[in-house]
Ligand binder design. Structure first.
Ligand SMILES: Cc1cc2nc3c(=O)[nH]c(=O)nc-3n(C[C@H](O)[C@H](O)[C@H](O)COP(=O)(O)OP(=O)(O)OC[C@H]3O[C@@H](n4cnc5c(N)ncnc54)[C@H](O)[C@@H]3O)c2cc1C
Ligand code: FES
Length: 242
């Protein structure tokens, strides 16, 4: 973990309420796909945890949805401004190459998968990707995702892809899911884990410190309480007691 000041070099609106931000600086502590950063937004006391969407030498990208005051303030920032961030937080996905990977994203849960896709593509693997959202307008960066994955879409209202949930899509298109990596709403992850225990889920929790000191983000697992910020945010699907 490192406390760094990063410079915004891009803050682009990619849907009505989702932004892609590129931050440059010392991100040498960011090592694994699925990690997160924790952003200081004065005068707010608590930092805002956001997944690393993509990373490379000297930069990270984050994809964030405007939800409350903090993310609204982020959306108004421009290139050249800086953000104080704790980087190198959380454990990330255990990206396996001995299985056919399936990535499952719900809504803004698509964020961490750009780095995951880059990882697999560099190994010559094009993962199967299942991406669901409320409506067509909530699905973002589809051209990029289609280039990098075998992409299957669904929406709650049927405005794009299969009408229904990611589980409905798996059944309707008869997709095989050997081993998956999932990020999205709690209920989606719970239903997935119950039907398909063979995978990993990235969880969210309200966080105090964000680095393992306050126990504020503990969840129940089959191996006892675990902290989303430290042992997580990625857990074996079979391990989480939803
Ligand atoms: C590990 C992790 C990764 C995340 N990755 C992303 C991401 O890539 N993109 C994205 O858009 N969002 C992500 N979130 C959710 C993001 O943290 C919240 O949307 C954001 O903190 C809201 O801040 P706000 O000030 O706009 O909202 P407010 O509601 O004003 O926030 C008030 C407080 O509640 C906390 N809070 C609110 N919603 C959440 C939430 N869902 N999870 C955790 N804390 C919350 C805030 O951090 C803040 O401390 C992630 C959350 C976690 C825990
Ligand atoms: S937020 Fe403090 S231990 Fe996780």
């Amino acid at each position: 973990m490192k406390d760094v000041k990063l410079t915004i070099t891009l803050n682009e609106k990619v849907s009505k309420d989702i932004f892609l931000m590129k931050l440059e600086g010392d991100v040498s502590e960011v090592k694994n796909c699925g990690e997160f950063i924790n952003i200081t937004l004065p005068p707010h006391y608590l930092r805002r945890p956001i997944s690393v969407s993509n990373f490379g030498p000297g930069y990270i990208e984050i994809l964030y949805k405007v939800l409350g005051q903090g993310t609204k303030e982020m959306s108004l920032m421009t290139a050249g401004q800086s953000l104080k961030c704790l980087v190198g937080l959380g454990n990330g996905f255990n990206l396996r190459t001995d299985i056919k990977p399936t990535l499952i994203a719900g809504g803004i849960g698509v964020a961490p998968f750009f780095a995951v896709l880059k990882y697999y593509n560099e190994k010559g693997i094009k993962p199967q990707m299942i991406y669901g959202a409320r409506s067509k307008d909530d699905l973002v960066l589809l051209d990029k995702l289609a280039e990098m994955s075998d992409l299957h879409l669904c929406t709650d209202d049927g405005s794009c892809g299969v009408k229904g949930t990611v589980l409905d899509l798996i059944k309707e298109e008869n997709l095989s899911v050997d081993y998956y990596y999932a990020c999205g709403p709690y209920r989606m992850l719970e239903n997935l884990a119950k039907s398909y225990p063979n995978g990993e889920v990235s969880l969210e929790a309200r966080m105090g410190c964000g680095f393992g000191a306050c126990m504020g983000c503990s969840i129940k697992t089959t191996k006892g309480p675990k902290r989303v910020c430290k042992e997580g945010p990625v857990f074996a699907a079979s391990e989480v007691e939803f």
